[in-house]
Design a protein around this ligand. Sequence first.
Ligand SMILES: NC(=O)c1ccc[n+]([C@@H]2O[C@H](COP(=O)([O-])OP(=O)(O)OC[C@H]3O[C@@H](n4cnc5c(N)ncnc54)[C@H](OP(=O)(O)O)[C@@H]3O)[C@@H](O)[C@H]2O)c1
Length: 336
Amino acid sequence: MRNEKVAFKAFIVNKAAPNAVIREIRERTLDDLPPGDLVVRVHYSSLNYKDALSATGHPGVTRKFPHTPGIDAAGEVVLCSDGSFAQGEKVIITGHDLGMNTAGGWGQYIRVPSTWPVRLPDGLTLWESMALGTAGLTAALSVLKLKRAGLKPRDGDILVTGATGGVGSIAVSILAAEGYRVVAATGKIEHADYLESLGAASVINREQLTAEAEKALLSERWAGAVDVVGGMTLAAVLKSVRYGGVVACCGMAGSPDLPINVYPFILRGVSLIGIDSAQCPYDLRMEVWQRLANAWKPQHLAGAVVNCSLEGLEEKIQVILTGKMVGRVVVDLIGC
Ligand SMILES: NC(=O)c1ccc[n+]([C@@H]2O[C@H](COP(=O)([O-])OP(=O)(O)OC[C@H]3O[C@@H](n4cnc5c(N)ncnc54)[C@H](OP(=O)(O)O)[C@@H]3O)[C@@H](O)[C@H]2O)c1
């Protein structure tokens, strides 16, 4: 593996002009990869909303082209120059700069700093780790932070927005496993059965949340929430959280804005907790992966996942960008 000319397949995004993005699968060699201590043979990656933004040239995610997206990767170490990992060790890499401006998991090899990976915990396969991926890490971080803020199952209903998406689906599953009564809000009410199979006690149409959202405050309804949508949805959620409730803000599938007043915070003592998975410190990241490999591993994980080749990504990118994604997509880098 010292041969820098080893060839492999990668999904390449290029920008011919600001609005002309070309996506193709090309052969690359190890010397096309950035410097780093660790070379990993990627077995699986996944598709996240951020990957779709990178693949369509969104400058808020990726500035350097040509580029290989993929903020998640799981595979085997083939070379580690500082000795922190042994050859053949199975690792998971999510976040940091992977797939943003560092060539990511949609290529069969990556080279990254040896501080980025975590060892695959017992209880997870490489495939399962990518079925969870950044979405799983984010959902689990959100639940952990809600629990550490004192939220208990007896406090009342917990709302999950964007519930059929990657983060939302896994959040529903983990909260239900922890004994919370979960209300799943979705724009795809036809997938209510899927959400109930994950553990949702009740499923509501997302439009119900934002009716009357302009009011200063709304009736107290939720003990807590995991929000992936942002915008008017998050504002309405905050206005309808009960006294002392907690909301984990982890996404902006609807909007990055937050049109809110201070009333939920100063009249009801509501807390808003920010969630970032990309730069999550190592110890916390390891703790969350351990939980995902054990009590928080979704029972019906395989049923919430579609497998996809590099060639199949083009279609899936359009699905996730139009908000139509249900569950998770695992990208197979072995069979390609
Ligand atoms: N903080 C972090 O570290 C972190 C990590 C991962 C992801 N994220 C963010 O979390 C969000 C979700 O990521 P994901 O990977 O789960 O994406 P995803 O699989 O596409 O799920 C997003 C879901 O949000 C809902 N949605 C989409 N567009 C919407 C709109 N315009 N208005 C209201 N709801 C909408 C849809 O669910 P329904 O049809 O069921 O409503 C959709 O399935 C993204 O903004 C992503 O960038 C943040």
